[in-house]
Design a protein around this ligand. Structure first.
Ligand SMILES: Cc1cc2nc3c(=O)[nH]c(=O)nc-3n(C[C@H](O)[C@H](O)[C@H](O)COP(=O)(O)OP(=O)(O)OC[C@H]3O[C@@H](n4cnc5c(N)ncnc54)[C@H](O)[C@@H]3O)c2cc1C
Ligand SMILES: NC(=O)c1ccc[n+]([C@@H]2O[C@H](COP(=O)([O-])OP(=O)(O)OC[C@H]3O[C@@H](n4cnc5c(N)ncnc54)[C@H](O)[C@@H]3O)[C@@H](O)[C@H]2O)c1
Length: 477
């Protein structure tokens, strides 16, 4: 029976980084993963294929060029699923190769099969050809991720009524689509299909979408999506989804019926602990299949860790990687430093949304006085060159100590741009740093300076009224 210092179940971002971190500390490590799933949901069905599909949609529809070349501009008419999936398959295969190579060169064993606990230090692996192998480990990291929630009231068929793992296998670009759930997955796919010309209806049981985001930016996103023909049905819950010979019917609790070619059911995900026999290790998943952990990612059985989506919020690839690394370091007594509380969110809708830090609503609720500085892409030369007139970058600045409290970006490259603000915040910088900084011209990054000047000018206006000098003019006009 093979024995390892650390065994990881699941090769998604969390599992990969846990195993490699252990190997870098000189420990023997193995990752157990099912056939055809190396890289996890992230590489095979989630993050990477959806973001690649988004790039293909933007490129083939010519959407990002239409402000410059006219509303009828298209790189290709009649875009097919093959056009989209060719790019996706290329990127996914490359990424799988990168992961396999990283594991091999770090001497992490990749054991193909489905793992389940047979004891708190023992795991049984059912291989793809029916063979069974039992291994033991001093430390075990559970990084099994999630699968889409699939209620029995929805007649999933994998072709016209699909979950987010199945959508990439669709046979054609539908003329109409209902998206159930306005979470991140729902909104990202709704915007991609709307860009392809599909008539999309989004049904969401809450009164708003993306409630953790800045309200002004969510309104701007909704406006852009409506412009592309998306209909929103908020405060409406889906009761059943039926398949009929002529298409699908989504029936709402309110009695409304929405016909469509296709339904994407993207109303949450479920932890994959049910097939893991966690009880044999002394553990129990909650009703959403999630595991509870302490600040070191230890479960209640201290040599068993859980990381990534299986522990719930924030359930992102980037946070999952960091949790994996920290778990392995903790297992072997290696200091990992403090957790950085400033973590960005990127939503790859069309247009993109990204933010770090607090929202206006949160600061108001906490009675923190703040000023807002805004830069509009249409006033940045790079915005005009790119043909993005709707984008904006917004800074929330503490009214007295002038620290950056939040950065909210909407439009092209939002998820990249946000990191400039994140770095300033992480280093304890103030708005005055951004006022005095010189950025390349013409860039979207220049928006930081424009927004900082806007915030400082408003703060100076308050000082003028009160007659108090603020001592931070720095030439802001
Ligand atoms: C459509 C979609 C888009 C997304 N987009 C983004 C994005 O843009 N940015 C972002 O940060 N995040 C995004 N996410 C979230 C991101 O994919 C997850 O946060 C990330 O994949 C979680 O990593 P993980 O390591 O916890 O698990 P996963 O990536 O879910 O991997 C878990 C792995 O464990 C394996 N496994 C499970 N049970 C067993 C078992 N018993 N034996 C062996 N192996 C097992 C599974 O086969 C799977 O491969 C997206 C998710 C989806 C679904
Ligand atoms: N860019 C990114 O970072 C990114 C992209 C995609 C996914 N993810 C992650 O993947 C995870 C899963 O995303 P998700 O969007 O599936 O889940 P979610 O739980 O965030 O959203 C599901 C939405 O469906 C709604 N809903 C539930 N039941 C409903 C019903 N019967 N009728 C109508 N609406 C209903 C919920 O109110 C909720 O708003 C999230 O943690 C997310 O952070 C991240």
């Amino acid at each position: 029976m093979d024995h390892y210092d650390l065994v990881v179940i699941g090769s998604g971002p969390a599992g990969q980084k846990a195993a490699i971190a252990a190997a870098k500390l000189g420990k023997s490590a193995a990752v157990v993963e099912r056939r055809d799933m190396v890289g996890g949901v992230c590489i095979n069905t989630g993050t990477v294929p959806s973001k690649t599909m988004r790039e293909a949609v933007l490129y083939l529809t010519g959407l990002s060029q239409r402000e410059l070349y006219g509303q009828s501009y298209r790189l290709k008419h009649d875009i097919t699923v093959t056009d989209l999936s060719a790019r996706t398959a290329h990127v996914v295969n490359k990424e799988i190769d990168v992961i396999q190579s990283q594991l091999t060169r770090n001497r992490v064993a990749l054991l193909i099969g489905s793992a389940r606990f047979t004891g708190s230090h023992e795991i049984s692996i059912d291989g793809p050809d029916g063979e069974r192998k039992v291994i033991t480990a001093d430390h075990i990291v559970i990084a099994v991720g999630t699968r889409p929630a699939r209620p029995s009231s929805v007649e999933f068929d994998g072709a016209t009524i699909v979950d987010s793992d199945q959508i990439l296998g669709m046979s054609h670009v539908p003329q109409s689509m209902v998206v159930v759930g306005a979470g991140v997955i729902g909104i990202e796919y709704a915007s991609m299909f709307a860009a392809l010309g599909t008539k999309v209806t989004v049904v969401e049981k809450r009164a708003n979408m993306l409630e953790f985001c800045d309200r002004e930016i969510v309104e701007a996103l909704q406006y852009q999506l409506r412009e592309r023909g998306v209909t929103f049905r908020f405060s409406e819950s889906v009761k059943t989804v039926e398949k009929h010979p002529g298409g699908t019917l989504t029936i709402l609790e309110s009695g409304k019926k929405i016909p469509a070619d296709t339904v994407l059911y993207s109303a949450g995900r479920q932890g994959v602990t049910d097939e893991l026999d966690v009880a044999k290790a002394g553990l129990q998943g909650n009703e959403r299949g999630r595991l509870e952990v302490n600040e070191n990612f230890q479960t209640e059985v201290e040599h068993i860790y859980a990381v990534g989506d299986v522990i719930g919020f924030p359930a992102l690839a980037a946070t999952s990687m960091e949790q994996g690394r920290r778990a392995a370091y903790h297992a072997f007594g290696e200091p990992a430093g403090d957790v950085d509380p400033i973590q960005p969110i990127g939503i790859y809708a069309i247009p993109e949304v990204s933010f770090v830090g607090k929202t206006e609503d949160e600061l108001t609720a906490e009675n923190v006085p703040f000023e807002v500085g805004v830069a509009r892409y249409r006033e940045l030369a790079r915005g005009a060159i790119m043909g993005d007139s709707y984008g904006m970058l917004k800074l929330l600045v503490h009214a007295t100590d002038r620290s950056l409290l939040g950065v909210h970006v909407f439009g092209s490259n939002a998820a990249e741009l946000v990191h400039i603000g994140q770095t300033v915040m992480g280093c304890g910088g103030t708005v005055d740093y951004l006022v005095g900084a010189v950025f390349n011209y013409p860039t979207l990054a220049e928006g930081y300076k424009v927004a900082a000047l806007d915030a400082v000018n408003k703060m100076r206006a308050i000082s003028r009224v009160t007659g108090a000098g603020n001592g931070h003019d720095l030439g802001a006009e």
